[in-house]
Write a protein that binds this ligand. Sequence first.
Ligand SMILES: [Zn+2]
Length: 175
Amino acid sequence: MNVLSLTCNHCGAPLQVEEGTRYLTCRFCSSQLEVQHSENAFYTKVLQVLDQRTSEMAKDLDVIKRQNQLEQLERDWQREREDYLVRGQNGTTTIPSAAGSLIGMAIGIAIGVLWVGFTSSLEGVPGFFPFFGVLVIIAVVFGSLRNLQKSIRYREREAEYHRRRQEFEGSAGAY
Ligand SMILES: [Zn+2]
């Protein structure tokens, strides 16, 4: 049988093929080739280039990587979110709210003021009694300010999370 000397149309490597062979894979670059012939010569035509395959694989890997990063972002946020949640007595969790903190502060101050007013108006009550009301006010103000700060920080972190998510979705849409 006749052996044809051809060159790979992709990488230019010399290839020996038996006459009549139609398809072959280049030993050097792994391109899939088809033997073609014109009136007076045989040549190879690239059917599939490995580079293209690997670039598709790289693209797939990139998608998987993105997916993982997105899941990581999600997990990180869920974990961080836990630190901000306000826990109720029956195991319920709520998102800290600025309004809630301010309302809590107002109620606490009102109770403290009423306590001070009430105990000061009573006869024969020890002098330190009204002072408890002042302590309540101080504790409530500090606690509420901490919650307020927490709720503001939470909103910031939440916005950051959404921004990063959108960034991901935006870039994933490019595929
Ligand atoms: Zn080749």
